[in-house]
Design a protein around this ligand. Structure first.
Ligand SMILES: [Zn+2]
Length: 62
């Protein structure tokens, strides 16, 4: 899964377990690859990027 930080517009992706990636401003992070996705940060500023390329605000999943 990929996410976009809406503060710095960076797109980050965790490719495998224990691969924790932060965006360049540090406001959000993603971990766990595709098996166990964990997203950290302020959910008001994180977009999920779906496999079809569409983006959705993460907030509505919580
Ligand atoms: Zn950022």
């Amino acid at each position: 899964m990929k996410i976009r930080c809406l503060k710095c517009n960076d797109i980050i992706e965790s490719k495998k377990l224990h691969d924790c990636v932060s965006c360049k401003c540090g406001a959000c992070s993603i971990d766990g690859g595709n098996q166990y996705t964990r997203i950290g940060g302020d959910f008001n500023y994180i977009n999920i990027i779906n496999e079809d390329g569409k983006e959705e605000l993460l907030e509505k999943f919580n």
